[in-house]
Design a protein. Structure first.
Length: 354
């Protein structure tokens, strides 16, 4: 099974990718990270079946609708959450299947009325949303939250899992990534095994937390599964060429398109002169500007034409796209695989050897 824990630094949200036999599910996707998540799915050759929400979030907008529009995935949320757009409304005890594995849905209300926890089939890991955080828990003072319900949810549905079961929260603000049932029973100051329901209620009543900054935007959007008004989003991909973004965050372009459109773009070769004139040769019409000089000499390039950066393998040229973007170039892409791929595919080159 493939497992990845992904992080959005703005909202401190964790998104989780699980996959088996080429089929994947994505838990708590974030709108601003859709390109990143889609790139990872592509690089790992995975088909996304479902996006799953642990609850209707108040601190970020979900990427569920965008992932559905890009990949054809379906959206699943709790039937108690109030969302109007999902493909599937989840009930306690439901199963989400992917490949030869599945997640069990456990209703764990309390933070909100529609919170759920997803438990992997072998009970080795569970995704608790804001129900259990690492040494903490979600607040209970809005979205139909309830301290008694949260206490019972944790003790009956999560602490009943094996002690060694790993717990993955929806958020952490200190950089912590994972905990376990045994740890939270022993050390969670709000919900540990020795804390009574009355103690917990008193603790939660006196938190005096500020109103969530994004709640007025995030909750209405998440009730629509992250679908922008009129279906219009400002997250449009560049349209000057058929680009794709890598998981590393670099815009990439297919060599065939570059060969067909050389006259309309600037091909920037960032290798050293000895490489440019060496055995691999170079792309006809390419401009040579070594990477080490690019920061100081970027002004020699025109911003009126798109720039495609190339090197031997695609590594240095990926860095070149970052330098050019910082210098104000709006239309920049990397040639993945560099001259190694270009020559291997038999494309036109000047100099070098076959």
């Amino acid at each position: 099974m493939i497992f990845r824990q992904l992080f959005d630094p703005v909202s401190s949200t964790y998104t989780y990718l699980l996959a088996d036999r080429g089929e994947a599910v994505l838990i708590d996707p974030v709108f601003e990270q859709v390109r990143r998540d889609a790139a990872l799915l592509c690089e790992l050759s995975l088909k996304l079946l479902w996006t799953l929400e642990t609850h209707v979030h108040a601190d970020h907008v979900t990427g569920a609708w965008m992932m559905k529009s890009r990949t054809g995935s379906r959206i699943a949320v709790s039937a108690e959450g109030g969302a109007t757009c999902p493909d599937r409304l989840l009930q306690d005890g439901d199963r989400i299947e992917f490949g030869g594995r599945h997640l069990e849905v456990r209703a764990t209300p309390g933070h909100t009325s529609g919170c759920v926890t997803y438990v992997l089939d072998d009970k080795s890991m569970a995704f608790t949303g804001d129900c259990v955080l690492i040494r903490g828990c979600g607040r209970t003072d809005f979205q139909h939250g309830s301290s008694p319900k949260l206490y019972r949810s944790v003790h009956e549905k999560i602490f009943s899992l094996p002690d060694e079961c790993l717990l993955y929260p929806a958020h952490d603000y200190r950089g912590l990534t994972v905990t376990s049932v045994a740890e939270e029973k022993a050390y969670n100051p709000r919900l540990g095994a020795l804390v009574g329901e009355g103690d917990f209620a008193g603790y939660m009543q006196n938190l005096k937390l500020a109103h969530p900054k994004q709640i007025d935007v995030a909750v209405p959007a998440n009730l629509e599964c992250g679908r922008p008004k009129d279906g219009v989003t400002n997250m449009s991909d560049p349209n000057w060429a058929p680009l794709s973004m890598s998981f590393a965050g670099v815009w990439e372009i297919d060599p065939h398109w570059v060969e067909e459109n050389r006259a309309a773009i600037t091909v920037l070769d960032v290798r050293e002169p000895s490489e440019f004139d060496g055995p691999m040769g170079h792309i006809p019409g390419a401009v040579l500007l070594p990477l080490g000089q690019l920061g100081e000499r970027a002004g020699e390039l025109s911003k009126d034409k798109p720039v495609v950066a190339v090197c031997r393998s695609g590594a240095r040229s990926a860095q070149a796209t970052k330098i050019l973007a910082d210098a104000g170039f709006a239309k920049v892409a990397n040639l993945p695989g560099g001259m190694l791929r270009w020559r291997a595919e038999g494309r036109a080159a000047e100099g070098g050897t076959a």
